[in-house]
Design a protein around this ligand. Structure first.
Ligand code: GLN
Length: 262
């Protein structure tokens, strides 16, 4: 492996737009921003996380990665108009290969719409060809530890959602469910993926326990800004791998227990 100096441009900098961190942040989603920043700085890449709140100006051309967390129906209602007003810019950035990570409630609003627990429609930006429907207060939520199979390897996390998501015919899922409920507890799909935009129900937070996925977002951002040849020097991920293995074991234990209980 040639040394990092020659591969990573000197003074490489990445700017991460963290959408609505004060509203859309449950089950540790802020950890995704922290993980991206840590994994950049550990390689000498300067990483700036910029909080983008409702009403804040945000020129996506000045950013390299976008992340958004989850939130209850009430929080999603609060941000929906602001997010939709930025819709066209998100479509253009996605087409240009900008990596984005949208988790749970944020993921749902990257689709066309979310019909919430009360039956009210919350509009989305339609980056993913999908829609989500909450099945109502008397239908159990999809809660628990999850293991997914994705093209980039197994991904682990935690889900808690009342909404059921249905992908359009041509919309690629992010992964296939090995353990857990996924988009709708019916078709085995989880999340959605369009270009470098990844949507998933997985909280936890997600990226600290899935370092390959974090690096995939960082690599995509570096290549978009500095050119195709960029490779990332490896990090010592022993702690991350141990956390990943522990989460996968918990999920396996839970699903065995559920089956036995079933
Ligand atoms: N409010 C949405 C639902 O219940 C998303 C919840 C979340 O972000 N965890 O499905």
């Amino acid at each position: 492996m040639p040394d990092a100096e020659t591969l990573l441009p000197r003074g490489a900098t990445l700017r991460i737009a963290h959408l609505y961190p004060d509203v859309m942040n449950i089950y540790g989603d802020r950890g995704n921003a922290i993980a991206l920043q840590y994994r950049c700085e550990a390689r000498g890449i300067a990483a700036e996380v910029v909080d983008v709140r409702i009403g804040d100006a945000c020129d996506l051309d000045e950013f390299d990665i976008v992340i958004i967390g989850g939130g209850q129906d009430r929080e999603q209602r609060r941000i929906a108009d602001d997010l939709c007003a930025r819709g066209a810019a998100f479509h253009a950035a996605a087409e240009s290969g900008m990596p984005m990570l949208a988790v749970c409630g944020g993921f749902q609003l990257f689709g066309h719409r979310y019909v919430d627990q009360d039956g009210s429609e919350i509009p989305g930006i339609g980056l993913f060809d999908m829609e989500t429907r909450h099945r109502g207060a008397d239908v159990p939520r999809c809660i628990g530890d999850v293991v997914l199979k994705t093209p980039a390897g197994d991904v682990v996390g935690f889900e808690n959602h009342g909404g059921r998501t249905y992908l359009g015919a041509g919309q690629e899922p992010f992964g296939r469910v090995i353990r857990g409920y996924g988009n709708n507890a019916e078709d085995g799909g989880e999340g959605a993926r369009t270009n470098n935009v990844i949507g998933t129900y997985l909280h936890g937070s997600l990226l600290p326990k899935n370092p390959e996925l974090a690096d995939e977002l960082i690599r995509a951002a570096l290549r978009r800004r500095y050119g195709e040849g960029i490779a990332l020097p490896p990090l010592d991920d022993s702690a991350e791998r141990a956390a990943h293995a522990a989460a996968a074991a918990t999920a396996a234990g839970r699903s065995r227990a559920t089956k036995k209980a079933g």
